[in-house]
Each structure stands twice: as C-alpha cells, then as structure tokens.
Design a protein. Structure first.
Length: 256
C-alpha cells in the first residue's frame, strides 16, 4: 500500500470539468509567534538601552558628587580647621591681655609703660574675620547632587556647618563694629610705636603706653564686653572644630 506524505490538497471541479487542486491556507499561528518574538527583542533592546544610559548618567553624577566632596574635604582640612585654630589663638591672646589689664590697672604706676602698651595694643587690635569658601557646597546643593549622599548625618552636618559659619561671621562683625573701633581709637591716641618690626599678627614688637595711667571706665567697659564675646567665640569655634573633624571622617567613608 502506498502512503502519500505531503501537503493535503483540496480537490474540486471547475466549470470545464477539470480538477482544480487548491492548497490549504498556512496556519497564522507561527507568524504571531515570530512577530511576538521580534517585538520582545526590540522591547528588551530599548529597555536595555535606557537602563545603560541611566546607569552611565548615575555613574557620572556619582563621580561629580565625589569630586565635590573631595574638594569640600580639602577645603575643611587645609583651610577651615587651620583658620579656626589660628582664630582661637588670637582670641585667647586678647583674653589674656584683657585679664592682665583688669588685674593691674589699679597699680599701673608700678608697671612699665612698655608692658601696658603691649597689652593695650593686643586687646585693642586682636580680632578675626572668617573668610570661608562655601562655593563647592552651594554647587553640590543647587545641582541636586547632595541627594546622592548616602549618609544622612553627613548631609545634616554640612548644612549645619555653613549655618554656624554665618553665625560666627555675625559675632565677628558685632565684635569689630561695637568694640574694636573704640579700642583702636583709644590705642592710636595713647600709644607710641617703638619698633618697625611686627609680630606674626602684624602688631609692633615694641610699643609704649603714653596716656593717663588711670584708664577710662569706658575703655575698661568695652574690654570687658569684648572679652565675654571672645570667650563665647572660642567655645563656638572649638565645637565647630570637633564637628568638622567628624565631617572629614564621614566624607572619607562616603567616597571610598
């Protein structure tokens, strides 16, 4: 018996009596599968392309964030901390001279005028002006890169740092405007500069007090108020130093 293997045909007669063989339509299912696979491949390709672009952009922003944090780290370690330490020394010197004046001003006749001159010069001229660089932090903040910082304590620490900086500047401005001008005016009228050489703080190495040995009450009053502000300033800056060193540790962990 013969077995025919092949495509099944439909037979029917036309009007002339001839047999017409018509192929059965091919099933559409395989076309659906092919189109579905092509669509899936295209979709996966587009999705992968978007994912790779998103990943590249995220990596780029991470690099920018780390660069900004590295600059902030350098600025804190090389500028802010040394400047704050120097400013503390300056205010401590002013406090020591003020305390010397309070202790001896009733016995100025027993003191050398050069010694009086030194302490009057120090307390009248030793002040600070904080010059900080907030540009990198503001750039980090305004660009939105600060949101990429994983450590929330670091974000809060940076925000607090520059808020405290602004407060420190206000203290310095108040100190300089309210007291330093009066004290410097008094010193300029009652001091004789004996040396052209200057100290590391640009004060003359030798100066002599030439005024009345009974200091005016207004001068003593301004010194006392300035000394109180100096002490508050030192306490605030010492706390700021501790927090700045903590920020450095957090930045090191963030950019590892």
């Amino acid at each position: 018996m013969l077995i025919a293997i092949g495509i099944i045909h439909k037979k029917h007669f036309n009007n002339f009596g001839y047999i017409v063989i018509q192929n059965r339509p091919k099933p559409m299912k395989k076309y659906y599968i092919r189109y579905a696979l092509e669509f899936l491949v295209i979709t996966l390709g587009v999705t992968l392309s978007f994912f790779m672009e998103y990943r590249r952009e995220k990596q780029y922003k991470e690099q920018l964030k780390e660069q900004s944090l590295s600059r902030i780290y350098e600025n804190i370690s090389s500028n802010d901390i040394p400047d704050f330490e120097l400013n503390i020394r300056i205010h401590e010197m002013s406090i020591r001279s003020a305390e010397w004046i309070f202790e001896h001003h009733n016995q100025f006749t027993e003191q050398m005028r050069d010694s009086i001159g030194y302490h009057v010069m120090v307390v009248s001229n030793m002040g600070t002006v904080l010059v900080d660089n907030q540009e990198e932090y503001r750039s980090l903040q305004n660009s939105g890169l600060i949101e990429l910082i994983a450590n929330e304590d670091l974000v809060k620490g940076l925000q607090n740092k520059y808020t405290v900086h602004n407060f420190i500047k206000k203290i310095e401005d108040y100190n300089n405007e309210m007291f330093m001008q009066n004290l410097q005016s008094f010193a300029s009228l009652n001091m004789l500069i004996l040396s052209k050489e200057s100290t590391e703080f640009y004060l003359p190495v030798r100066s002599r007090y030439t005024g009345d040995l009974r200091l005016p009450d207004s001068f003593l009053y301004d010194i006392r108020l300035k000394t109180n502000i100096d002490k508050q300033y030192i306490g605030l800056v010492q706390q700021r130093l501790l927090q700045d060193r903590n920020i450095l540790d957090q930045i090191e962990t963030e950019i590892k």
